[in-house]
Design a protein around this ligand. Structure first.
Ligand SMILES: Cc1cc2nc3c(=O)[nH]c(=O)nc-3n(C[C@H](O)[C@H](O)[C@H](O)COP(=O)(O)O)c2cc1C
Ligand code: SF4
Length: 511
């Protein structure tokens, strides 16, 4: 009897040896005279257990992990026994997975990403079918009713954006998928593109149908070669199938970004897609009116677009019933940094930061106390333990001068120096600034220099006042959120960790 074994081909699993495990399974099975079929899947998102492999049994799939190539002989000869030290049991029963509500990631880690048959067998394709039955305007209305807000950072209602493009007359419209995913500690876009690429294709095709666009682009950062490869193959397969192409009335091209954080900003991304230097455009006009090549354009994050098929397939109400306040549905939260159980945790909005970090994430990887958590990427605020009761909700975070952004949660233990983190925020802004406006271009460099003085202990109070004042100028005077939000990590570090800005350091350590 052939044993079916699922091995992730996700970049995070490959980085810790998944390919070697797959190769060892094939060669060792041959040597031992065992028949095995290896199926490569996406990742389930439990990174501390990767490579986590799953074996098909009459009782369902059984997981083992973290597996190294040297464990393979043992696993095969023990016949994947329940007594094996790497035995984890049924993956769905692992607490990290059991506590999730997987809508976006329902198929990720389960199917072969490039099998359209597998995609459809697990519910794929139902969204576009329902969209066609509702018609274009009905589809926009359904997305609006779901309460879906953009997952790229700004949380703008997706339905309103789509309606603006749908209502703008033009001979050509575009759907642009923002897969630049530049935020620190984030990987959800990458995982879904590597693990369930047809879902993104379906989401973009629905968007095209809803607003009257015939062409889509996926702009993927160059640091994601696996995602680029998988998406390119998926597009070819979808064209051969008729899911894309003339019959479907919608085409997709994959474009590789050169790797600038600011190219994730939508107008800068459009410039880059047009082959120009990635520099932010002043708004108005909005991309919805005058976007790519001057045409009305829907630009959405990967996670926004992959939510749409489920919204259509199961109805807006089903989705909108989840969550809290104005944050409806689920959010794929990415637990990263110094955390014991890092990975992808999709849950309805509303869990507190403390539950996510302490309970789900298991505290720090180092075993030391958690001191600070940065949520929402490099422009997100640092939250101390005192704010761990903040629920994961756009408004709740904003009320505490924070942001959810793309839902990256980066954990730091008590060895972190928050003055250096504040300096890093300014340095990051200085390096990544597109240079178009003064508060960001000049302010970030001056901010970095002033924080250096504070770290050296020079006129601490006066320099703290200068940084605070500078932050106000950047916040209210910058053209885009790169300069406008850099003050959030800086000011939150000063507010919540004042002791780190007013303490003696070794002279050498300040260099
Ligand atoms: C500096 C900067 C970087 C950004 N990077 C990203 C990114 O990597 N991915 C993304 O989807 N949105 C990013 N955004 C937000 C986009 O400008 C835009 O709001 C988003 O793509 C819209 O899609 P959504 O409505 O689906 O969120 C960034 C914004 C700024 C200011
Ligand atoms: S804030 Fe910074 S990145 Fe944004 S437009 Fe101004 S200079 Fe460019």
């Amino acid at each position: 009897m052939t044993t079916k074994i699922f091995v992730p081909c996700d970049a995070a699993a490959r980085a810790v040896g998944a390919d070697k495990v797959a190769a060892a399974l094939v060669s060792e099975a041959k040597r031992l005279g065992r028949a095995v079929e290896i199926v490569r899947t996406g990742s389930r998102g439990l990174f501390w257990l990767e490579p986590m492999i799953e074996v098909q049994t009459p009782a369902g799939r059984i997981a083992f992990g973290p597996v190294k190539a040297k464990d393979v002989t043992d696993l095969l000869t023990s016949d994947f026994s329940a007594g094996h030290r790497l035995h984890l049991g049924r993956p769905e029963e692992l607490p990290f997975l059991k506590r999730q509500t997987r809508i976006n990631f329902a198929r990720c880690g389960i199917i072969d990403p490039l099998s359209l048959a597998g995609y459809r067998a697990h519910g794929g394709g139902r969204g576009i079918e329902r969209a066609r039955s509702l018609g274009a305007a009905g589809t926009v209305e359904e997305v609006t009713k779901s309460g879906l807000r953009g997952r790229g950072g700004a949380g703008f209602p997706t339905g309103i954006k789509w309606k603006t493009v749908a209502d703008t007359a033009a001979d050509q419209k575009y759907i642009v998928c923002n897969a630049d995913e530049g935020d620190s500690g984030t990987f959800a876009d990458r995982m879904i593109m590597e693990g369930d690429p047809f879902l993104l294709i379906e989401g973009m095709a629905i968007a095209g149908f809803a607003v009257g666009a015939t062409k889509g682009y996926v702009y993927i950062r160059s640091e994601y070669p696996d995602a680029i490869r998988t998406m390119e193959r998926a597009v070819v397969l979808a064209e051969a199938d008729g899911m894309l192409g003339p019959e479907a009335g919608f085409d997709i091209e994959i474009r590789e970004g050169a790797g600038a954080y600011v190219c994730g900003e939508e107008t800068s991304l459009l410039e880059s897609l047009e082959g120009k230097r990635g520099q932010v455009r002043a708004k108005p006009p909005l991309p919805a009116h005058k976007g790519l090549f001057g045409k009305p354009t829907v630009i959405n994050n990967v996670l926004s677009l992959v939510t749409v098929p489920a919204v259509l397939a199961d109805g807006a109400k089903h989705y909108a019933d989840l969550g809290m306040g104005r944050s409806r549905g689920t959010m794929p939260i990415q637990l990263a940094g110094n955390i014991k159980h890092g990975g992808l945790f999709e849950a309805p909005f509303g869990m507190t930061l403390g539950e996510l970090v302490d309970d789900i994430g298991g505290g720090t990887h180092s075993g030391r106390p958690v001191r600070a958590v940065q949520v929402g990427g490099p422009l997100g605020a640092y939250f101390p333990r005192g704010l761990f009761d903040t629920p994961f909700d756009y408004e709740a975070f904003a009320a505490r001068d924070g942001l959810i952004g793309h839902a990256g949660v980066v954990v730091f233990d008590d060895t972190v120096d928050m003055a250096r983190q504040a300096r890093f925020a300014m340095e990051f802004c200085a390096i990544e600034s597109c240079g178009k406006c003064t508060p960001c271009r000049i302010g970030s460099t001056r901010g970095m220099e002033t924080i250096d003085k504070i770290i050296r202990g020079e006129r601490t109070e006066a320099n703290l006042a200068i940084v605070t004042d500078l932050c106000q100028t950047m916040k209210f005077g910058s053209l885009c959120a790169l300069g406008g939000f850099t003050p959030y990590p800086v000011l939150s570090a000063i507010k919540h960790f004042p002791e780190d800005f007013n303490r003696p350091r070794l002279a050498a350590a300040a260099e």
